[in-house]
Design a protein. Sequence first.
Lengths: 282, 304
Amino acid sequence: MGIDGNLSKRKNILYCFISIMVLCIMLFPLYWILATSLKTEKEIFQIPPTFWPKELNLKSYMVQLESGDFNMFHSFGNSLIISFGAMIIAVILAVPASYGIAKYNFIGKRAIVLGFLVTQMLPVSVLLTPLFIMFKNMHLYNTFWSTILADATIGIPFSVLILKNYFAAIPKELEEAAYIDGCNKFTAFIRVLIPIAKPGVMVCAIFSFLYAWGDLAYGMTFILDQEKRPITAGIFNFMGQYGTKWSYLTAFAVVTIIPVTLIFIFMQKYIISGMTSGAVKG
Amino acid sequence: MVIYMNRIKKLFKYDNVGIWFVLPAFIYMIVFVGYPIIYNFILSFQDVTVKTLRSNVKEFVGFRNYLELFTQDNVLRTSIWNTLVFTVMCLVFQFVIGFALALFFKNRFKSSKMVRGLLMIPWMIPVTITGLIFKFMFGTDVGVINYFLRSLNLISENIDWLTNTTTAMPAVIFANVWIGVPFNMILIATGLTTIPKELYESAAIDGANKFQLFRKITLPLLKPTIESVLILGFIYTFKVYDLIYVMTSGGPVNSTQLLSTYSYKLSFDMFKYSKGAAVANILFIILFFVSLVYLKNVYVEEER
């Protein structure tokens, strides 16, 4: 290994080869469910297993279009509503909060920052039972709102802690220039600071969306009707009823992963930055 | 006197406009997180079941729930032990593999950036789906893992991974390590970039070999990163819930029952809300003390 990390041509090829092998091993489970979702039920149980379907079978996907026991695309829509809802709440609340924390000194600031840090570490189990009872009393149980409100509590602390660093990095002079141009504190925040912190806002929006999209516990506990449940809870339910219908189950899995993959492909740099800054700095 | 004056000056420096920006988010978190935490504590000192959920008068029973859990309930002890085993095993494997990958991808070769990026995908997949995938792959007859093991002649008969009390835990640990490796890799890789190259260069000129470079430069300089990766990993792994719930629901015979799944089971399968709240609090308190260590680190850093 060269100390600066540059490699000879031969080593370059070798390392590329090893890295591709690692990638194949790590991503094999994903390939495997994609391949399985395109097989017939009979072929899935065949021994030895086929690593690519002999005949492409799209039935597992098509069946879902005609509503079956569990309409996958309907649940997909529910998940979209819930995740966008949670994302909007998280961004609208977290953006001003992080600006306030980054740019002003006020009494109780340290305690509030500490509070956001602690909530990030909270196990979901602590909130489930009390929120369940609360939502029942508020008549929000079994509505989208219950899950949206609960999911936003994951996105908010994460977003505040990330965005605070973005706002803190913006030089004071920019803000002062805005005041000279006739902005007050609120218009300066909206017209000048938010546009500059846009990459940070993107990170927060993406992660708030992904957290909500991946949630199972809240959606499963606060929404009773299969009709209104997000796709993760729908799949879990389906697994309980038709545990061995792997052609359908893997098709659901593939559909659930699609938005995640799209976000990943188009917004990879935001995701890496979110993971590293969010986790290391807390 | 000077100190006193400074304090007064500092007070005037406070600009309470800031609080109006923070207040909406703060109130939201108080309502949907702060209040529920307190409510959960109250709940654990009451006796709330499905019968008493709707009534206004709830019996206060003090520490009875906790006492019963610790003295009469073997499942609680099993869950605490399982949670520890699960967390420690996951941490060890995901840390070692993540570290190795981070070191490997430190080399700049043609596909390094792209492959490292793609390796993040397992971390982003909804955990429910990860659970489903591994439940399928660990299947007794249908599972591809048994097929691989048989092809390599490591086993002669199919193992019923998830329905056997001795193999269920290793299987769920395997699945969770798959999620955790990218997280460890990316954080350690970021930490590695902060080590100045010159250090390696001058040490190499002095004749240090690769192993010495790793032990004398990489490890000590990476210590803060390693600490936060391990503590964060502990916190995230200790409260894992969805994965276990999807793969085994805590079974067979509680062999993968964790504190998180047991709390859920008590509250929402057996409708013993107060007992469930008590178990959740035990989980919360353990996590809280671990978090303190982490918070101290972060806080020191924030203050700088």
